[in-house]
Design a protein around this ligand. Structure first.
Ligand SMILES: *Cc1c(COP(=O)(O)O)cnc(C)c1O
Length: 360
C-alpha cells in the first residue's frame, strides 16, 4: 500500500510501524488468538499494555511514578476542559487565552467558577503568544495551551508561575518538544494529534497535589482520583486506542526519546519556515514572532484565495493531503507531527519552491 503524505491536523499521521503492529493486534493480540478488540480489559495481557504505557510515558517525560500518575480517559481533550475546573477550581483560576481551544477551556471553567482570562491574543486573531503575562499569584491553578493547533503558535519555554500549580493542554505537541514536565501539576493530551487514534486522552497528574486539593463531591467518573486509584481501570478503558498509544510511546523510545524527536521536529519545521523567510510576500506566515512558531502546525496564506486553492489541488495531485487551514481561519496549515516523515516535509518544501516560481 502506498502511504500518502499526511498533513492532517487530527486525527493525524501515526508511525507506519505502529499502524502495522495495530493491524497485527487487531487480528491476533499477543499470540492469544483473539483480537485486541475482543479481549477482557481485566486480562493480564491487557493489564500489561496499560502498565507499560504508563511507565513508558513517565520515563519519556523524566517523571517518577511515585510523584505522578498516568491515566487514560475518554471524552477527548474537550472533556478535560470541564474536568480540570470541576476538580480543582475553588476560588480562582488563571487562564491564558491563546486560541480556539484555549477559549473553549476558559468557557467551560467559567461555567464552573471564577476563571480569569489573565492574558489573550484574541485582538490580533491569535497570531502571537501574549508576553509579560501578569498572573494572579494566588490562583488555584494557571491553565495554558502549549500548542495552538489552529493558529500555529507554540510555547517553547514553560512559563514561570511560582508556586501556583500549572496545568496544560498539550494535545497537539505532547512529546513533540522537550519540556520541564516537573513544572506541571496536570497535563492532558487528546491522543489523535501526536500519540494515537481518537478516543483516548492521556492525563498526567501530580498525586500529592491531587490528594490535597481535588474536590471529593463529584460523580465518580469525573473525579481524577477515581481513575488514579483504580490504575486507570475504574471502568472499561478505550482498549484499542490505549494499545496504539502504548505502541507509539515505544516507538518514541526506540527513535531516541524526546531529544531525537525534538531535533527531527525542528529540522522539519525549519524546512517550511525558511521558505516563508525567503519569500515573505508570497508565503505569508500567520505567526508574527519567529519565537512563537509552532514545530507542529505551520500556518500560512498565499496572496489570493485562488492561489491557495490551486496550491492545495496541486499538492493533492502529488499525494500531499490535509493542507487546508482550519475552517475558522482559512489559508493553509501543514501539521508535521512526530510521525510525519522528513521526506513528506521535504516534498512539501519542494512543492512550495516550485509553486512560488510558477506563480509569483
Ligand atoms: C484537538 C484539540 C483539542 C480537542 O480535542 P478533542 O479530543 O476533539 O476534544 C483540544 N485542545 C487542543 C490543543 C487540540 O489541538
Amino acid at each position: 500500500m502506498a502511504r500518502a503524505h499526511n498533513f492532517f491536523a487530527g486525527p493525524a499521521v501515526l508511525p507506519l510501524s505502529v499502524v502495522e503492529e495495530t493491524r497485527d493486534a487487531v487480528m491476533d493480540f499477543a499470540g492469544i488468538g483473539v483480537s485486541i478488540m475482543e479481549i477482557s480489559h481485566r486480562d493480564k495481557a491487557f493489564d500489561k499494555v496499560v502498565a507499560e504505557a504508563q511507565a513508558d510515558a513517565l520515563s519519556i517525560m523524566g517523571l517518577s511514578p511515585e510523584e505522578y500518575a498516568v491515566i487514560f480517559l475518554g471524552g477527548g481533550a474537550s472533556m478535560q476542559f470541564a474536568m480540570v475546573p470541576m476538580n480543582f477550581l475553588n476560588t480562582k483560576a488563571d487562564y491564558v487565552n491563546t486560541g480556539e481551544w484555549a477559549s473553549k477551556a476558559l468557557k467551560e471553567a467559567k461555567i464552573l467558577g471564577n476563571a480569569v482570562e489573565v492574558a489573550s491574543s484574541k485582538a490580533t486573531n491569535f497570531n502571537q503568544l501574549p508576553k509579560n503575562i501578569k498572573f494572579s499569584g494566588d490562583a488555584d491553578y494557571v491553565h495554558i495551551t502549549t500548542n495552538n493547533t489552529i493558529f500555529g503558535t507554540e510555547w517553547k519555554a514553560d512559563p514561570n508561575v511560582g508556586s501556583v500549580p500549572l496545568i496544560a493542554d498539550m494535545s497537539s505537541d505532547m512529546l513533540g518538544i522537550k519540556r520541564d514536565f516537573k513544572k506541571y501539576n496536570l497535563i492532558y493530551a487528546g491522543a489523535q494529534k501526536n500519540l494515537g487514534p481518537a478516543g483516548v486522552v492521556m492525563v498526567i497528574i501530580k498525586k500529592a497535589w491531587m490528594e490535597a486539593k481535588a474536590k471529593q463531591n463529584l460523580p465518580s467518573m469525573l473525579k481524577y482520583k477515581t481513575h488514579v486509584d483504580a490504575g486507570s481501570m475504574y471502568n472499561t478503558p478505550p482498549c484499542l486506542p490505549v494499545f496504539v498509544v502504548g505502541r507509539t510511546l515505544k516507538w518514541i523510545i526506540k527513535e531516541g526519546g524526546l531529544d531525537a524527536i525534538q531535533a527531527r521536529n525542528q529540522k522539519k519545521a525549519k524546512l517550511i519556515y525558511d521558505i516563508f523567510d525567503a519569500h515573505p510576500e508570497f508565503y505569508k506566515g500567520s505567526v508574527v514572532n519567529k519565537e512563537d512558531r509552532s514545530l507542529m502546525n505551520v500556518t500560512w496564506n498565499l496572496p489570493t484565495p485562488e492561489l491557495e486553492e490551486k496550491f492545495i489541488a496541486e499538492a493533492k495531485a502529488k499525494k500531499m493531503l490535509g493542507l487546508k487551514g482550519h475552517r475558522s481561519v482559512g489559508g493553509m496549515r501543514a501539521s508535521i507531527y512526530n510521525a510525519c516523515p522528513v521526506e513528506s516535509v521535504e516534498l512539501l518544501a519542494k512543492h512550495m519552491e516550485e509553486f512560488y516560481k510558477a506563480n509569483k
